[in-house]
Design a protein around this ligand. Structure first.
Ligand SMILES: [Zn+2]
Length: 223
């Protein structure tokens, strides 16, 4: 029988594991690289109609969605994927949820922006971050109108997706802080597309995000 050294065996095993587990993820990620080629997916997207406090259908919001998409594309040049990290891709492209309290962003206190880890779109800022001790980085408001999109899932949860590349970010729940607990100026500037409706007495949204879907850029780094 031919001798096979432990070293070459371990190389072979590592290579096999990489091929079996990483290739499918990379393939899915590559297939979704084109930001607006997945029109079928977009047809199922829902936007929150904040006037009637219900989820509007894709048809009802089609015109609005088109406008938002055009705006995003005109203000942001065509992007290249900014990550090939397997954990990030599992979350961003396959909708996985990272384990609780595993993201360093849970403990991030600096001023700065939280960008999409896949395309770089600015999604949240430190003004909207708060700590509900859920185990995932959380925000009560998004950064800009239309930069976060929403899709109602089969179990009633509201999925949050990147407004430009459709990457999965996490979920939004309507059990965030009370409006009286946040700064009035910031509340007034909160995007109208945030799924809290225009309720003044109810709770603000809780954007429960996977840290893996975000990349933090501190104010100091931008200088
Ligand atoms: Zn993105």
């Amino acid at each position: 029988m031919r001798y096979c050294s432990p070293f070459s065996l371990s190389i072979f095993t590592t290579f096999s594991v990489a091929v079996v587990f990483y290739l499918p993820i990379a393939t899915v990620a590559f297939a979704t690289t084109q930001p607006h080629s997945n029109s079928k997916l977009q047809q199922h997207l829902y936007h929150v109609n904040y006037n009637t406090k219900r989820f509007a259908t894709a048809d009802e919001e089609k015109e609005k969605e088109t406008v938002e998409t055009e705006n995003l594309m005109s203000t942001n040049e065509e992007f290249k994927p900014r990550t090939w990290n397997p954990l990030r891709l599992l979350v961003l492209k396959m909708g996985f949820t990272e384990l609780k309290f595993t993201s360093p962003l849970n403990y991030e206190k600096r001023d700065g922006l939280y960008n999409c880890a896949y395309c770089g779109l600015d999604l949240f800022d430190s003004d909207g971050k708060y700590e509900p001790n859920s185990g995932w980085p959380s925000f009560w408001r998004s950064k800009e109108d239309g930069h976060v999109k929403y899709k109602k899932e089969w179990d009633g949860r509201l999925e949050a997706k990147c407004g430009r590349c459709d990457s999965h970010l996490g979920h939004v729940f309507l059990d965030g802080p009370l409006p009286s607990k946040v700064e009035k100026d910031l509340l007034e500037k909160a995007p109208a597309s945030d799924p809290r409706g225009q309720r003044t007495n109810g709770y603000l949204p809780r954007f429960c995000m996977n840290g893996s879907s975000l990349r933090f850029q501190s104010v100091d780094e931008k200088k």
